[in-house]
Write a protein that binds this ligand. Structure first.
Ligand SMILES: [Cu+2]
Length: 156
């Protein structure tokens, strides 16, 4: 009987430690003007383990497709590229931020207005899944937003 209890405790403990392998902070998703087709979400992921973990996919029911993207400079222009994964090195943080990696929402079902919050699921290569709530925020830099929209139209 004692051994059984011990076993049960070990199980609970290991479930706990899996859940805390990764934490997400500072998440938000960009508010969109009327009739906008796309938006992007930004966040910081912290890896608390001793091995590299990759973010391999994201999903949400607000858009037809959700992709992982990066910005690259090509011929003097910032362009969007879909990427297979975003690495979070052991015991460190990776930020997805404007001008760099982001989670892309293509084919929005509705406008995103400030005050809403969006549920996003993140999938990692170690089997972890994280459900996050990302508040909708206006991004102050109009220049950034403009170039992002343009790059998308060119890309898609
Ligand atoms: Cu993008």
């Amino acid at each position: 009987m004692k051994r059984l209890l011990l076993l049960a405790c070990t199980c609970l403990f290991s479930i706990n430690s899996v859940a805390s392998d990764l934490t997400v902070s500072d998440q938000y998703i960009r508010a969109t003007p009327p009739h906008a087709k796309n938006s992007a979400s930004f966040l910081t992921i912290t890896n608390h383990t001793n091995t590299t973990i990759k973010l391999i996919a994201a999903d949400s029911d607000i858009a037809k497709r959700v992709e992982l993207h990066n910005h690259i400079k090509q011929d003097g222009m910032m362009k969007m590229r879909q990427v297979e994964a975003v690495e979070i090195a052991a015991n460190s943080s990776t930020s997805l931020q404007p001008g760099g990696h982001h989670i892309m929402f293509l084919g929005l079902n509705n406008n995103l207005t400030e005050g809403q919050s969006v549920k996003v699921t993140l999938y990692f290569d170690n089997g972890n899944e994280l459900n996050i709530d990302a508040p909708v925020k206006k991004i102050n830099s109009n220049k950034n937003q403009g170039s992002t929209e343009m790059a998308h139209q060119a890309h898609h």
